[in-house]
Write a protein that binds this ligand. Structure first.
Ligand code: ADP
Ligand code: MG
Length: 393
C-alpha cells in the first residue's frame, strides 16, 4: 500500500480525500535516480548510466471539470497553489511567494499537457526522496505529475512514448522552474526498469536497458548524502559548460563527445585547463561504455575501479569535487569498499560507494569515523536498489 512518507500508516489516497473532500481517481509514483557513471558528459552530447531508486514522489490525483490546477504537497503543507492552466504561462510563477515556487514543476507539466488536451486536476504530492540531494526529486515530481495527467486524460500515446514525455518534463523544468537541466533525470524516472540501469545517449536520446545485479553478486551500492553544499561556487557549472564548448570549438568538433583521438586532441590544446576538461569528458565517456561492457559480462564486482577512476577524474581534471566527497571516497576505500565517486554537478550533494554486502557495515563505520574526526555532521545513507520507472500504483 502507498503510505504517507514518515508515518508508514496513512494511505496517500486517504490524505487526498481529507484535503479535497473527494476520493482521488488514482495514485502514481515516479522514482528518483542515481547515476552510476557518466558525470558532466550529458551537455557534451555523451553517455550516462543512471538507475531508478526505490524512493520517489507519489501523486494522488483527480480530474477537475475546469482548467484549473490545484496542487498541494505533504512536504510543503502551508504552500498549496491553485492556478488556471488557461491564459497563464511561466511568468505566473514569478507572482508566487517563494515558499510556493515548488509548484512550478507540476504547474509547468500541467500547462504543457494542457496544450496536448489535458484539463485541470487536483493533486496531492508525497515523497520519501530527500530534496536537493542530487537524487532528482524535481524530475520525480514532474514525471509523477506527467504520467498522472496523461492517464487521467487518456493521452495514451504520450503516456506510452516515455522518451517524449521525458522531453516535456524537461521543458517544464527549463521554462517554468528556470533550471536548464539535461535530459538524464526525466529519462531515468520514466524509462528505467527494475534490476536494470539505463544507458542513455544524450545526443540521440536513444537508450537501452542494461541488467545490473548487485544482490546476486553480494554487492551493495550506498548513496552517502554528504550534507555539504558549497554555495559560493554557483557559477562553476556554467563555467565548465563554457570551457567544454570552447575546447570543442578549438578542436573543430560539435561536442567533446566527438573527440576520437584523445592524445592528438590534447596536443592541440594550449590551455592546460581546457586539456584537463577535455581529458575528463573523453575518458568519462569511455568509462560509461566500459561499465556497460562489465555489466553485460556480469562483472558487477569489477565496477568499483570505474567508480573510483571517475571520482579521481572529477577531482583532479574536472575540479568539481568537494572536501566531504573526497573524504567519503577515501574513508570508504580504507574501510574496504570496492570503489566510489561523487555524483551530480559537484561542490556538494552525494557520493556513491560500492561494497561487498558483508563489508557494508565496516565501510559505513569508516565513513562515520572520518566525519566524526573532522567534526562534520553525520552523513545519511540510502541503499540504492535498481528500481522500476514511473507507474500507477
Ligand atoms: P533534486 O532534484 O536534486 O532533488 P532540485 O533542486 O532539482 O534538487 O529539486 C528540488 C526541488 O523540487 C525542491 O526545492 C522543491 O521545489 C521541489 N520538490 C521536490 N520534491 C518535492 C515535494 N515532495 N514537495 C514539494 N516540492 C518538491
Ligand atoms: Mg533536480
Amino acid at each position: 500500500m502507498n503510505t504517507v512518507a514518515g508515518t508508514g500508516k496513512i494511505p496517500l489516497s486517504a490524505a487526498f480525500t481529507e484535503a479535497y473532500r473527494r476520493a482521488p481517481e488514482g495514485v502514481w509514483h515516479a522514482p528518483g535516480r542515481i547515476n552510476v557513471i557518466g558525470e558532466h558528459t550529458d551537455y557534451n552530447d555523451g553517455f550516462v548510466l543512471p538507475f531508478a531508486l526505490p524512493l520517489g514522489v507519489s501523486v494522488a490525483a483527480a480530474r477537475r471539470d475546469d482548467a484549473v490546477l490545484e496542487v498541494r504537497s505533504l512536504q510543503a503543507a502551508d504552500a498549496g497553489v491553485t492556478v488556471s492552466l488557461d491564459g497563464t504561462g511561466p511568468g505566473e510563477v514569478q507572482r508566487w511567494a517563494e515558499r510556493e515556487r515548488w509548484a512550478a514543476y507540476p504547474f509547468g507539466v500541467a500547462s504543457l499537457l494542457r496544450e496536448r488536451g489535458a484539463g485541470g486536476a487536483s493533486l496531492l504530492i508525497d515523497s520519501d526522496l530527500p530534496q536537493g540531494a542530487g537524487l532528482s526529486s524535481s524530475a520525480a515530481l514532474e514525471c509523477a505529475t506527467a504520467l498522472a495527467l496523461c492517464e487521467l486524460y487518456g493521452l495514451d500515446d504520450l503516456a506510452a512514448d516515455r522518451a517524449e514525455l521525458a522531453r516535456l518534463a524537461q521543458r517544464a523544468e527549463h521554462d517554468y522552474a528556470g533550471m536548464p537541466c539535461g535530459i538524464m533525470d526525466q529519462s531515468a524516472s520514466l524509462l528505467c526498469r527494475a534490476g536494470h540501469a539505463l544507458m542513455l545517449d544524450c545526443r540521440s536520446g536513444l537508450s537501452s536497458h542494461v541488467p545490473i545485479d548487485l544482490p546476486g553478486k553480494d554487492l551493495t551500492l550506498l548513496v552517502v548524502n554528504t550534507r555539504a553544499r558549497h554555495t559560493l561556487t554557483g557559477g562553476e557549472y556554467a563555467r565548465r559548460r563554457a570551457e567544454c564548448e570552447r575546447a570543442a570549438a578549438l578542436l573543430g568538433v560539435d561536442a567533446l563527445r566527438d573527440v576520437k583521438d584523445l592524445g592528438a586532441a590534447l596536443a592541440r590544446l594550449d590551455d592546460p585547463v581546457l586539456r584537463r576538461r577535455t581529458q575528463h569528458v573523453v575518458t568519462e565517456n569511455h568509462r560509461v561504455e566500459a561499465t556497460v561492457g562489465l555489466l553485460r559480462a556480469g562483472a558487477e564486482t569489477e565496477l568499483g575501479g570505474m567508480l573510483t577512476a571517475s571520482h579521481l577524474s572529477l577531482r583532479d581534471l574536472y575540479e568539481v569535487s568537494w572536501p566531504e566527497a573526497d573524504l567519503t571516497v577515501e574513508a570508504a576505500l580504507r574501510g574496504g569498499a570496492r570503489g566510489g565517486r561523487m555524483v551530480g554537478g559537484g561542490f556538494g550533494g552525494s557520493v556513491i560507494v560500492l561494497t561487498a554486502t558483508a563489508r557494508a557495515d565496516r565501510v559505513r563505520d569508516a565513513i562515520f569515523a572520518a566525519y566524526r574526526d573532522r567534526g562534520l555532521p553525520e552523513p545519511d545513507f540510502i541503499e540504492a536498489v535498481p528500481s522500476a520507472g514511473a507507474h500507477r500504483l
